[in-house]
Write a protein that binds this ligand. Structure first.
Ligand code: NDP
Length: 251
């Protein structure tokens, strides 16, 4: 088991019980990593279900109830992971929500909720883990942005603004910690087959597929493989980068 690439590594995946986050936490646990899934109360059962499908890797998945939109909760969760597992090698800021409406119809609550989870959440989490990473002179941070953070998208002003902001946050933190052994990168998926896309109108999905050169939705595991690559020890010279993974929807 010692030969598994992530053996001995400990890290956090926010919203890691389903969808893209579920694929990332499963892959890392299967490769030997100890993964702390941070999620809302509903995610506890989902995280247990995920673990039940992982056989030998199941004991490496741990759930910490955390709303990433609240800084104090993020700090508490990080402290608990450090207390229980002794170190944090990687952080994947994956948790995200949508509250779609055109700007004219978007409520202030919808705007603020998306900014809080999708942009303040990653900032809170990075702030919470950074001292532990700096102390050890090692860290891998991957932020899950979105293609619409680069392209914009009808009806998603809040989401696109948060995901664009996340790219700015990624590049800034990357510059601040590059000399200290910590890399910070963003992954910008296109349309991926998860509950998030299932909640979109069928017509919107069909149109997204029609506009995608590969003519299909992406799979959560395809995003997980890219994230895993960026979390590897060997990816130490990649920082401040934004990786598109969208079947050619945006080039
Ligand atoms: P899902 O909706 O399937 O999963 C999102 C996860 O985030 C859920 O586990 C959810 O918990 C969790 N979450 C939501 N709010 C919070 C919170 N405040 N605190 C902690 N956890 C929270 O989404 P996807 O897997 O589709 O998306 C994952 C990431 O990828 C998101 O950041 C999304 O914006 C991004 N992305 C997705 C794309 C897609 O096409 N699917 C495309 C581009 C980017 P709960 O289940 O309790 O709600």
């Amino acid at each position: 088991m010692d030969s598994l690439p992530f053996h001995g590594r400990v890290g956090i995946v926010t919203g890691g019980s389903r969808g893209i986050g579920g694929a990332i936490s499963s892959l890392l646990a299967k490769e030997g990593g100890t993964v702390a899934i941070l999620g809302l109360p509903e995610d506890r059962a989902r995280a247990q279900h995920l673990a039940s499908r992982l056989n030998g890797a199941a004991p490496r998945l741990h759930f910490y109830e955390t709303d990433v939109g609240i800084y104090e909760r993020c700090r508490e969760a990080v402290a608990a992971v450090l207390e229980e597992h002794g170190r944090i090698d990687f952080l994947v800021n994956n948790a995200g929500i949508t509250r779609d409406h055109t700007v004219r119809k978007m409520t202030i609550d919808e705007w603020e909720a998306v900014l809080q989870v999708n942009l303040s959440g990653p900032f809170f989490m990075i702030k919470a883990v950074l001292d532990a990473m700096l102390e050890r002179g090692y860290g891998r941070i991957v932020n899950i942005s979105s293609v619409v953070g680069v392209s914009g998208n009808f009806g998603q002003a809040n989401y696109a603004a948060a995901k664009a902001g996340l790219i700015g946050l990624t590049k800034t933190v990357a510059r601040e910690v590059a000399k200290r052994g910590i890399t910070v990168n963003a992954v910008a998926p296109g349309f991926i087959d998860t509950d998030m896309t299932k909640s979109m109108p069928v017509q919107a999905i069909e149109s997204a597929i029609a506009q995608t050169p590969e003519q299909r939705l992406g799979k959560p595991d395809e995003v997980a493989q890219l994230v895993r690559f960026l979390l590897d020890d060997k990816a130490g010279y990649i920082t401040g980068a934004v990786y598109n993974i969208n079947g050619g929807w945006y080039m």
